[in-house]
Write a protein that binds this ligand. Sequence first.
Ligand SMILES: [Zn+2]
Length: 389
Amino acid sequence: MSVVGWTRIGELCTADPAAGEGPLGILRDAAVVAVDGRVAWVGPSSDFPDVDVAHDMAGAAMLPGFVDAHMHPVFAGDRAVEFDSRMTGTPYSAGGIRTTVAATRAASDEALAANAARLAAEALRQGTTTLEAKSGYGLTVHDEARSLIAARTVTDETTFLGAHVVPAEFADRPDDYVDLVCGEMLDACAPHARWADVFIERGAFDVDQARRMLEAAETKGLGLRVHANQLTQGDGVQLAVEMGAASVDHCTHLSDDDIEALAGSRTVATLVPGAEFSTRSTYAPARRLWDAGVTVAIASDCNPGSSYTTSMPLMVALAVREMGLSPAEAVWAATAGGGMSLRRDDIGVIAPGRRADLISLDAPSHVHLAYRPGVPLVSGVWRAADRLV
Ligand SMILES: [Zn+2]
């Protein structure tokens, strides 16, 4: 049995509102004990018991490891040229994905896994202890399956996104591509994926095509996620709610009916402010969603086209400064919210029974994540009580 403890935590953000103050359930001068990688006890430093390995936090803030529930880390090449042109006046459209598709198809399995590992390591250094990883830049049976095999090397939360965009060779017959996704591609990919995702958008897939692909994936036992309402208000959010998707992501352009549907559902709205930041677009209405009672997560959307960042501290800062969440709400969305987006009850919160995924800050409070944007404040990262950073 291995007993690890952290004591003299100046501000412990449990992310369990029932455990302490505010949405983050904050405890002061607190301590945590983990047994065999799981949290066994949370309490005041004055009651800290004997442990095998003790970490004296000397007043630093600690919070759950970030849960980044929306990443696209399996690809090759980059799109710095596209970014540069966009920053000088060319609007973004979903078709840019095809540039990355060509590079990904040409890359070796080893190169794809190495890129995912590089980005996962980058995310870990910034406090991400759980990440989701999508395919979606292969768009052939073979390239989607090997993308998921590469994703599996960095996480169990793998998502089949053959329905990212219609590849160029199917441009004049998109329904044939939908048939391929629902049939042979899904058969090859389902064994390597926990989730399936569909990009519902002009330039990608419509709601009828999405419904067919999501129903096929569900039949194969995959959980459902949806990219929707990123560039335009459409019926994607309604479809996600109707089908019981775990998460509907982006949610930038929402009607009142969309918000009402989300509020009455178990579907998490996973917001990706990095995409809006990197495309100079309007931000999702996080404040309205939160106030309506929608479960909100924030994620990086790490991808080479519209959000080439792995930084969850940056997402917290953007959610606060650009989307109107309080620092406590933003950190909750980046931890507990991400866990709920992945339908996980073992991560995202510091409470007895949960996996001991904790991070420490070189700061006395979680507020500093938004107050000091761009500063590398994450000073320690533990997954299942093992120190990784
Ligand atoms: Zn995405």
